[in-house]
Every structure is written in C-alpha cells, then in structure tokens.
Design a protein around this ligand. Structure first.
Ligand SMILES: *[C@@H]1O[C@H](CO)[C@@H](O)[C@H](O)[C@H]1NC(C)=O
Length: 391
C-alpha cells in the first residue's frame, strides 16, 4: 500500500512538473508585444518571439492566440536548436496597403528550418487591391506568396486556412519530407497567379485532405520535384493540378514519381495537366499516376500541352525537349466542359511514351467527348470514353 501511495505521489509530481515545463516551453507572441486588435503592427513581436523559439534548448511551441494580428513580411530563419510547433489559433493579416509586402516575394517565410510544424490558423493576405493593380496594368510590386518554406526538412503544415493571397498561397521549395494536410486555400476564380500549393526542387512531399478554390493552379509542380503524393484534393475553381510549366530553362531538373489519388475537380479550367515550353531542355517527366479522379464540368480534364509559348516569345518554331514517359490515368470519370476531354499534344522531337489509359469515362453534355493525340504513344484498357487515340 505504502509503495502504491509513493508511486502515486511520484506519478503526480512528475505529471505536474512535466506540464509545467510544457507551459514554460510555450512562447506566446502576446508576451513579446503582439496585439490581437487587427490594427497594431505586430511584426517585431513575431520576430522576437521567433528568436526565443529558435534558441529554445527543448521542444517548443510558438503560440499565436485568437484575434487578428497584422504583420508585414517576416522571415523565420533556422537552423534552430529544437523541434518547433507553431500553433495558430488566430488570424494573421497583411497590412492594408499591399505595397507593404512590397517586393519581398514572400510574406511569411520559413527558411533553413528543420522539424517545424505549423498547425491551424488563418492567413489573410488581403490580395484584392494587389490583383486590381496588376489587372489595371499599372506598375505593381511582384507580389508576395503567403507562406513559403525554403530549404527546410521534416515539416508539417496542417489545418491552415489561407485566403486572398497576393501570389501563391503555399510554396514548398528545396525541401525534404513535408506533410501537408487539411488546408483550405481560397481566392476568387481568375485572381491572377494565386496558385494553391507550389512545389519545386523538393523530395517526399505529401499533400492530403486539402480543398483549393483559387485563381491559378490548385497545385503546381515545378522542376526538381520527386516522390510527391497527393490524396483527397478538392480542386476548383482553379487551373487544375499542373506539372509545369517545365523546360523553360535549357538546364533544368526533371519531375518524377508523382501520384494523385482519390481527388475531385469541380468547374476548374484543367484537371490533370502536364505543360512544357516549346524550347530545348534537359528536363523530363517520369512515372506519374492519376487514380480515382472525379471530374465535374472541367474544361480540359486530361491534357498534355508541350507547345506552351505565351505571346510566341522566346520559342517560336522550336519544340519541347521535355521527355514525358510513364503517365497512368486510371479510373478517371465524370464530365468535361469542352468537347475535347483528352488532349495529348506532345513534342515532335521528344514523343510521349508509356501513356496508360485505364477506365477513363468522360462525357460532354451527356454525349460523347473527343480525344486528340499528337506524338503520343501508350496503351488503353478497360472503359475508354472518349475513344482513345493513343498508338
Ligand atoms: C515514390 O514516391 C513515394 C511517395 O509518394 C515513395 O513512397 C516511393 O518510395 C517512391 N518510389 C521511388 C521508386 O522512389
């Protein structure tokens, strides 16, 4: 009995100490002067809080409580001493004047950090005035991406909402092992350059359970992306899940091992798109799998376009050097908003090979849709609507 009581006392003492030390390892931005009033500039408070977080000898939580915090462009730089959790219960808003984010390119930038998770919260970049500036053709800053991870490893981003980003909502660049889950990304249809998630030069990125309604690509996949897994993505409005544009540069890393499964596109301009410049390059696309994809009124449900050359500048009369091999479309069903539901326009000098269509069933206004093929080879099995033109 005495032993039992003793171990109980020890247990409770231990628990109490443990939760105390946990509390001690929470750094609340309010303590550093941040104001949740939606007016006061809290940039310096966030920067100071980050310095404390980054220097913590034990695992630490940076806490952003409820309320609206106005911050300008900030850099959360590593490497840091310990594992970091950024818990956001409130909303982080950009200053009212879009020029405040100026030409920084990034609003909230994590750079060279490892073992960081960002959980919850809303980012409101208030992009509307910036898009208006762009659309009026005035001289505007380049625009900021709302949250960017550059050269970071072992990252988790979950439960975050981003609205009205100036440029892309979320950027993952030069990273390894990134888990993205349960994000909600929102900007109006056709708001310029508001990609949902842009991934580039990164390995082992997983995106699950994410809803993206935006003006540009829902997910855009740039050069040097490998082992990307996307599951339960809801896209639309938006320009679809796009690999590319690739091959703009002569010397460019390729894209390989990309999977998108159990996802849906609703009213988007594209569904499954691969896009490359009509220019010579070392770039390539290998081993892509699209599986269990629902299309609802999508303009171009399945498209490979290797003739990208906006305004016919810097590439007339050239062909794409991007070699596309091994792309599987398995169980892709639903409705196309245009007659051509499947379009493969591959490079005459680097033909697409190993394209697989399996159980593709797409209709246009309750009638047959069409498919078009140029320089594209592969196999067709199971249901094939529209009729496959692969050779
Ligand atoms: C392809 O990527 C997945 C993650 O999406 C990974 O588990 C798998 O090992 C990769 N395959 C190869 C051959 O690298």
């Amino acid at each position: 009995m005495a032993k039992l009581i003793l171990s109980c006392i020890l247990f409770f003492t231990f628990t109490a100490l443990f939760s105390l030390s946990n509390a001690a390892n929470t750094i609340n931005v309010i303590k550093y002067g941040a104001k949740p009033d939606g007016k006061t500039d809290s940039t310096q408070a966030f920067v100071k809080a980050w310095v404390a977080v980054c220097n913590s000898a034990q695992a630490v939580t940076m806490y952003v409580p409820q309320g609206r915090f106005v911050i300008r462009a900030v850099e959360f730089r590593g490497p840091c001493k310990s594992k970091i959790n950024v818990q956001i219960d409130g909303t982080i808003v950009a200053p009212g004047d879009y020029r405040a984010l100026g030409n920084t390119g990034n609003w909230i930038l994590f750079i060279k950090v490892n073992r960081v998770s960002v959980n919850g919260g809303t980012l409101d970049a208030r992009g509307a005035a910036f898009w208006n500036c762009r659309e009026s053709g005035k001289n505007c800053p380049e625009g900021a991406r709302s949250i960017t991870f550059n050269w970071a490893n072992d990252i988790k981003i979950s439960g975050l909402t981003s609205i009205n980003s100036q440029a892309a909502h979320v950027v993952i660049n030069g990273c390894n092992n990134v888990m993205v889950s349960n994000l909600r990304l929102n900007a109006p249809d056709q708001s310029p350059n508001t990609d949902g998630i842009h991934v580039q030069t990164s390995t082992g990125v997983t995106i699950t359970g994410t809803t993206i309604k935006t003006g540009d690509d829902c997910v855009s996949i740039g050069p040097g992306t490998r082992n990307l897994w996307m599951e339960r993505i809801q896209c639309g409005p938006g320009h679809g899940v796009s690999i590319g544009s690739l091959g703009k540069d002569a010397n460019e890393a390729g894209v390989q091992n990309i999977t998108l499964i159990n996802s849906a596109f609703t009213g988007s301009d594209n569904g499954l798109r691969i896009k490359s410049w009509a220019r010579p390059t070392t770039s390539f696309v290998r081993n892509v799998v699209y599986q269990n994809i629902q299309m609802r009124n999508v303009e171009n449900p399945i498209i490979i376009d290797q003739n990208y050359c906006p305004n016919n500048q810097n590439c007339p009369h050239q062909t794409s050097g991007v070699k596309i091999t091994g792309v599987t479309y398995k169980n892709v069903q639903g409705t196309s908003a245009s007659k051509v539901a499947v379009a493969f326009d591959c490079s005459p000098t680097q033909k697409c090979t190993g394209i697989k269509l399996q159980d593709v069933k797409l209709s246009y206004q309750n009638r047959d849709a069409r498919s078009t093929c140029k320089n594209s080879g592969g196999t067709t099995s199971g249901t094939s609507m529209p009729n496959s033109c692969l050779k």
